[in-house]
Design a protein around this ligand. Sequence first.
Ligand SMILES: *Cc1c(COP(=O)(O)O)cnc(C)c1O
Length: 229
Amino acid sequence: MTLTTALIERITHVQAQIARAAARSGRSPDEITLVAVSKTVNRSVVDEAYAAGLRHFGENRVQDAARKFEQPLPSDVELSMIGQLQSNKAGTAVRLFHRVESVDRLSLIDALDRHATNAGIVLPVLLQVNIAGEVQKAGCAPDKALGVATEITNRSSLRLDGLMMIAPLFEDPENTRPFFKSMYSLRERLRYQLPGVSLDTLSMGMTNDFEVAVEEGTNRVRIGRAIFG
Ligand SMILES: *Cc1c(COP(=O)(O)O)cnc(C)c1O
């Protein structure tokens, strides 16, 4: 079996799982954006995934992504930064990515806003929340989310589109459900506290747990291994 055939089968399988989970929560699969996390594969595989119909890709390292996408992507691709981002790489990130999902602190907000202003763009961002309070994980604490979100909304070259989280890893994905529920209600609370800010995007769900995340209302899943092996 050629790589492309295997890749198409995995993509089709993931899309079917998303559609079934969406149906269980009474939603249309069209509401859910599949971001293919291409951090472990090289450019030729990304191009195959593009040929297979995928348009959203996520990367977690600025340097790797800059190398991988030296050859520009087709203009209908949307590339997202999903990993921890150092403020000194914010300039490269603004040039390379269409959106940054991993915004979690003031220094990074300032750096991204400055570079976006210089580039004459408004950068869509998500606020990453460490919903489970795991010490080793990035993301702002849930009780700081309103403050950090407010800082983002005060920057003229950033647009806050929603929230992002990484669930703790469990053998049984069912155990992630309470964290997705907390994130959903945090988003609802922030919407109430920040009238006029859409916060439409909820980026949660990865290979291990995306079906649970979809059942709990995510509209953006970031999937690496289930697509790229
Ligand atoms: C790697 C990564 C993913 C994808 O993880 P898989 O388990 O391979 O699906 C999603 N989000 C972030 C932030 C990642 O770093």
